[in-house]
Design a protein around this ligand. Sequence first.
Ligand SMILES: Cc1ncc(COP(=O)(O)O)c(C=O)c1O
Length: 451
Amino acid sequence: MLITNLSKTILRRGGIKFFKDDFLNQVIRTMSANSDSIKSADRLEGHKLSVWNEFIQLATDHKPVNLGQGFPDYPAPSHVTKALVDVQNDENILLQQYTRGFGHPRLVKALSKLYSMLIERPVDPNNHVLVTVGAYEALYCSIMAWVNPGDEVIIIEPFFDCYKPMVELAGGKPVFIPLRPPTNTSYVISSGDWKLDMTELEHKFSNKTKMIIVNTPHNPLGKVFTREELTQIADLCKKYNVIALMDEVYEWIIFNGKQHVRMASFPDMWDRTITVGSAGKTFSLTGWKIGWAYGSEKMIRPLQLIHQNSIYVCATPLQEAIARGFETEIANYGTNKSYWKELSDDLQEKRDEMVQVLTAANMNPTIPEGGYFLLADFSELANRVNYSSITDGTKDYRFTKWLIIEKKLQGIPPSVFYSEDHQKLVENFIRFCFFKKPETLAKAGEIIKKL
Ligand SMILES: Cc1ncc(COP(=O)(O)O)c(C=O)c1O
C-alpha cells in the first residue's frame, strides 16, 4: 500500500497529474509485474536443445579429428560455387532482389525437368515444386501442413533427429518402428541387412495414422530401401489411406551400382507422396541451405501456405546458382562428366577405406549402400578401453564423448536417432561421417588403430 501510494506520488510529480487512480494502478501493475511469469508457448513443453548444439561445442572445445557432422572438409564442386560468383557479377541486377516465393523460376524449371525425367511423369514447375530453406524446411512444411493434433505419424528408427520434434510441434503422435540388424552373424553386415519387420509395421498402422516418414538412402545407416520394401510400404499407405513423406536428400550418393528407387513413381502413389531433396547434399554445399519438396498439386499446395506464412522466399542468388548447377548436371547426366557419378565413386572409395580401418580395430562397421555415414559396433573394443571418466548418458553417448575428449576423434552417438524406449538397440554403436579428405581419414585411422 505504502509502495503504491509512493509510486502514485512519483508518477504525479513526474507530470502525470491529471490521470485517475485506476489508470495509475494499471501503470504500476505493469511496471511491477515479474517477467518470470511470462511462459513460452505450451507447444514447446518437453522440447530440448538438439544434440548438435552439444557436439558442435565439444568439437570447438577439444578440436578433435571431426567425423561428426555430415559435410566435406574439402571444396564443393566448382561449377556450382563459380556459378554463384557469376551471379554476383551478372548484369541482371534483379538477381539480387526477392524472387518468386515458391521457388525461383529458373530453379523450379530445372527441378521439374530433372524429376519429370526420373519419375517418368510431368512435374509442373509452378504447382508441383516448392523451394525451401534446406530439406529441413521442406520436412517442417510437410508435417505442419498435413498433421493434425492427435494424428499418428510412423517414424522408422534410426531416424533423422528432427522428425520427432516436428511431429510433436504439429500436435501429432510419433509411432516408432526400428530397423533391426541380423543377430549372431559371423560375416560383416551391410546396411541392407537392417530390415523392417513388415508384420510389425502393419501393426503400427491404424485409422489414426496420417503419415509415414521414410528416409532413403538412409542417415545414419546408409540403407537404400529396395523396390520390394518400398512396394510393401506403398501398399500399406494405400490400404490405410496414409501419406508417404520421402526424405531422399542422399539420392545421388549410391554405391556398388545399387539403384535409388523413388516412391513418387509408384502406381497410385503420386497423389499421396511428398518427396524432399536438398541442394546441400546434391552439390555438397550444406551451408547454402536450399532444399525442395515435390509432389502433386494437392500434396504441395498446403506446404506452400506454410512456407508463404513463415519464410516466404529463399535467397535468390543461391537459387540461381543452384539452377545453373542443375542445368550442367542434367546435360552431363549418365556420362563420365557427371558430378553425381564422381561423388558416388569418390565416397565409395572413402567408405571402403573407413570400413577397413574399423574392421581391423574390431569396431565392426555396417557397410553402407549409400549416403556418407556409417554405424560401427564398438562392443568388442569396449571391453579393452576404459571410458569410465564419462558418467552421464547412454553407453554410446559416454563412449562417443570419451573418444572426443580423451582420444580427439569425433563421432555421434546414434541413440539420438531413436525414441527413448529403443535407445538400447544401439547402445554399442557410434556414427562416423566419411565425407572427409584423405588426410582427415588417415588421422582418424591412426587414432582408431591405437585404440
Ligand atoms: C536425412 C536428412 N534429412 C534432411 C536433412 C537436412 O538437410 P538440409 O541441410 O538440406 O536442411 C539432413 C541433413 O543432414 C539429413 O541427413
